[in-house]
Design a protein around this ligand. Sequence first.
Ligand SMILES: NC(=O)c1ccc[n+]([C@@H]2O[C@H](COP(=O)([O-])OP(=O)(O)OC[C@H]3O[C@@H](n4cnc5c(N)ncnc54)[C@H](O)[C@@H]3O)[C@@H](O)[C@H]2O)c1
Length: 350
Amino acid sequence: VARLIRLGVAGLGRMGAIHAENVTAHVGGVELAGVVDTVEPVAREVGERLSVPWSTDLADLLADPEIDAIVVAGPTATHAAMVEKAAAAGKHVLCEKPLSLDHGQSVRAIEVARGAGIKLQIGLQRRFDPDWAAAFDRISRGEIGDVHLFRASLRDPAAPPEQYLRTSGGLFVDASIHLLDVARWLIDEVEEVTAFGSARSDPLLAEIGDVDTAVACLRFRNGALGVIDTSRVAAYGAESCAEVMGSRATLRLAHDRRTNVQWRTPGRASYELVADFAEQYARAYLLELQAFVAAIRDDAEPAVTGEDALAACVLAQACTRSLHAGHPVRLTVCDGAFGVDYAIDEEPVR
Ligand SMILES: NC(=O)c1ccc[n+]([C@@H]2O[C@H](COP(=O)([O-])OP(=O)(O)OC[C@H]3O[C@@H](n4cnc5c(N)ncnc54)[C@H](O)[C@@H]3O)[C@@H](O)[C@H]2O)c1
């Protein structure tokens, strides 16, 4: 009988709590061994609720030789250091996106993980969602023909708290990164971005240099074009959708419904909408955890690597640069030590 993989979760906010609950409730072959949050009441509440040891110090999880892996779900600024510490202790890591806002730190975390021989998977959960995965399968089998256009949206119902906003890296790095990751995965590498953004809902966003509404145009290496839009403040709820137009077929994918039940009354049809990303991607968060556990058990390469996270982050930062500079930003795509390396060209495109 295969031994249970023992997992600890560090950072127990919105995302960490989802991961911790998924480990205890829904994923086979894995056991929650402990939880950590620097805020003691948070750590205690989650630990007691899930009946596992809790602590305010990651070192306690790392010192436990029975723990195989750590889920890193603290604020973005804590990820790289936590990945390095976990790797140094020989623990595999599932790290929330993005790895780091700093390119050098991301590279170092990837190198340390590689040097330690641990699995490093990143929480870009769309890749595990059955609908996005089905889209990937059809596109990669060539059923769509030549891709002409990629169009995708990500919308959240309300902006996160101020403390989160101040450290998130901005809308592109925090949210659009999910669409930029699927753009690379489904279509091709991106060679140029032009981004626009606006802060419509709260003066705080402008004060901290962020936006709540943004559009980015993408030019792919294979000649296809892309348009992605992102909102932090969609009054109606959460939505994620995409369309890929090809020479032979067009696919559409939409995640906005709570169920597949439509309600019809005279002159009107309606359905219930999901409330937030937690409900929208509940299944994908489970599947990403299962895939992580399988990668550990089978000694396989995780499906979303640190290199993927780094590439998506560079694209997101290119969008941020385009937004602030007011011109397109070109990227040099090269095959390097990190799979595909992106370098942002410093010269304005035009
Ligand atoms: N994949 C997704 O769909 C998705 C969705 C939301 C957030 N995220 C990512 O998850 C991360 C966390 O976001 P969130 O919304 O859960 O944030 P959050 O602010 O709700 O939670 C962060 C938690 O980490 C704790 N913390 C702070 N420093 C810590 C440290 N050094 N060690 C341990 N715990 C620490 C905080 O006390 C807090 O409880 C972010 O990097 C974000 O980008 C991903």
